[in-house]
Design a binder for this molecule. Sequence first.
Ligand SMILES: [Zn+2]
Ligand SMILES: [Zn+2]
Length: 289
Amino acid sequence: MHDEFRFLIDCGEGTQRQILQSGLGFKRMNRILITHGHLDHILGLAGLLSTFMRWETIDELEIYAGHWALERIHDLLFGVVLRGVKPPMEIHLLEIRPGLFFEGPDFDLSAIPVYHRGPDCFGYLFEEKARRPFLAEQAEALGIPPGPWRRDLVNGLSVELPDGRRITPYQVLGEEKKGTRLVHIGDVGRTEDLVEACQGADTLVIEATYLEAEAEMARDFAHITARQAAELAIRAGVNHLILTHISRRYREHQVLDEAQAIFPNTWVARDFDVFQVRRGENVKLESRA
Ligand SMILES: [Zn+2]
Ligand SMILES: [Zn+2]
């Protein structure tokens, strides 16, 4: 979620039930990012759509995914759920390729190609645009009156004050500050090619399906271990690591122990967890069921 923008990343079975239970609601939940086409990441779209069919809460639904996943999603939604019935809202299936594919007013969203079973698997990078903070004291000292002049300066425009003086933005804007970077990687079988994309992220969300004791199985199924996730976090210099997609055979503390031995700033995400990610600050676990 980013201001007025909400993104749902992947939609496993039971997602709509969990959203209902969480109290998050479906309002503006009109953009869904799919990492890949495996059923445990898309089946929930069927339930979500049938919920939308009963309560028309949104006008448009945008589903972003790679080519192969989109074909499967198309079959699921139009072949199984709708079967010729007109959808309650416009459904846009949008094929993504590596790189920037969505620009918000103050953030960019890019797709990162990842290796997993099957073609067209992606991770997602949310990146707040860099900005220069407005220095209120500086503006005060220069005697810039409140109003449109300040607004224009904030937007990088030079202004002429009522008294005829010309002020340029660099006189009242501080040094450029990089925006928050959040990387979300779904299922993935190797991490070497992700170091660059994850570089300096404030938070990396990534799968850790296995423990190192079953590294061979992880390799066979193109997943990674908690240790591999932690090593990626170190190499890419990220600040925080949130692990997901944990095999039910493990206990949370086993996964945490393995990862934290290498990278202490690690969480294992639970259903209903709410984390807040801000540049230069510790990740905040805002609520946990
Ligand atoms: Zn998968
Ligand atoms: Zn999966």
